[in-house]
Design a binder for this molecule. Structure first.
Ligand SMILES: Nc1ncnc2c1ncn2[C@@H]1O[C@H](COP(=O)(O)OP(=O)(O)OP(=O)(O)O)[C@@H](O)[C@H]1O
Ligand SMILES: [Mg+2]
Length: 355
């Protein structure tokens, strides 16, 4: 057996079934619903989420704690706790095939190999009693049948790739011997090992301090470009996504409330919630001013307000907002020209973007 090269193909490995003639979106989530059946009732954590990611594209998913970012990712990855979780409705297409209709075995082949995930907490994701080199090498031993020695060489290569200094000397170290930033690089290396088409990074830098955050984010963006992977970057921090994401989906109480190309979202938000998030970013040019914070808290999913879930916290809320759930509608210029890739689930998006 030969090793799979950077293009994912060699003469001895058969071309994937879904081959190179597929040119639709890499991943497409359609009308996804996820609920949790708990003792206290049914918590609707995800309520009709739609998004897509292409090869080489970065989608940032943004929103406060509990908005359903991770649950959506777990549904895509096939690692949702079921029960108590349940997917009553929706489709998740990976290269055009609905993964929710696949057998356990088909799904397992995608997980890790085609779609990999990076979590926030590297220390609890890595095995503390095995060396980093062993854990990285395991991917090659198990999936590609490499010998121990070959796998170790591959592990060093990967550690170099994620810029861990003196990789050859550190390959036999244990996870706790690395700093937080270095451990997160190791997690990136693990995700890259099988050269997936899509990486889902769930708050990959949240546990790190600010300068290290930027380095890890830059590394992730660089590797994503090099491998032409799709990337879903989950974060609650608008500050970290501006330079790396192509487009953003803002989530609130299990729904996408705004979507936009990244720079447009910063320039002209079309949802009061997004505006609130933007206004809460500390800015160097406004030193000394009190920092804005969106008043109130995200809703308890067992008692979501009627109408728009954001209405109790919204400075623009009117009667209609308390009775009618706004659909994610296209956003347009004042003259009616639709803005590509933009949508807002606000009854007053016009006033918000143009007002
Ligand atoms: N296994 C579970 N059982 C019951 N409820 C769950 C479970 N997992 C998630 N939830 C609920 O689903 C909702 C969405 O959670 P999720 O983890 O997706 O939030 P998030 O947007 O990722 O937030 P954070 O920024 O805190 O990570 C939350 O209210 C959470 O309590
Ligand atoms: Mg989360």
């Amino acid at each position: 057996m030969s090793i799979i090269d950077n293009t994912g193909k060699t003469a001895t490995v058969p071309a994937p079934r879904d081959g190179d003639d597929y040119n639709g979106p890499l991943l497409e989530v359609r009308d996804l619903h996820v609920e949790f059946h708990t003792r206290d009732g049914v918590a609707k954590a995800v309520n009709g989420v739609n998004y897509s990611v292409n090869a080489g594209e970065t989608l940032a998913v943004l929103g406060e704690s509990g908005s359903g970012k991770s649950v959506t990712a777990q549904a895509i990855m096939g690692i949702l706790d079921m029960p108590p979780g349940k997917i009553p409705q929706g489709e998740i297409f990976f290269r055009g095939e609905d993964m929710l209709k696949m057998s356990y075995e088909e799904r397992r082949k995608i997980r890790g190999r085609k779609i990999a995930m990076i979590f926030q907490d590297a220390l609890s994701s890595l095995n503390p009693v095995l060396t980093v080199g062993y854990q990285l090498g395991e991917m090659y031993r198990v999936h590609h049948g490499l010998s121990k020695k070959e796998a170790k060489a591959k592990a060093i290569e990967l550690m170099d790739k994620v810029k861990i200094p003196a990789a050859a000397a550190r390959v036999n170290d244990y996870p706790h011997q690395f700093s937080g930033g270095m451990r997160q690089r190791i997690m990136i290396a693990m995700a890259l090992a099988l050269e997936p088409d899509l990486i889902i990074a769930d708050e990959p830098t949240t546990a790190l301090d600010v300068t290290v955050q930027a380095q890890v984010m830059d590394l992730l963006a660089e590797l994503q470009r090099e491998y032409n992977m799709g990337l879903i970057l989950i974060t609650h921090d608008l500050g970290v996504v501006a330079d790396v994401a192509d487009k953003i989906a803002v989530m609130y109480a299990g729904r996408i409330v705004e979507t936009a190309p990244v720079h447009e979202l910063y320039k002209r938000p079309a949802h009061p919630y997004t505006r609130g998030l933007l206004d809460s970013i500390p800015r160097l040019d406004q030193k000394g001013q009190e920092l804005y914070a969106i008043k109130g808290l995200p809703p308890n999913l067992l008692r979501v307000p009627t109408g728009c879930a954001f209405n109790p916290r919204c400075p623009k809320a009117e009667d209609i907002c308390r009775t009618e759930i706004p659909a994610l509608a296209p956003v347009a210029e004042q003259d009616g020209t639709e803005l590509p890739g933009r949508g807002s689930a606000c009854h007053f998006w016009k006033e918000t973007i143009h007002g």
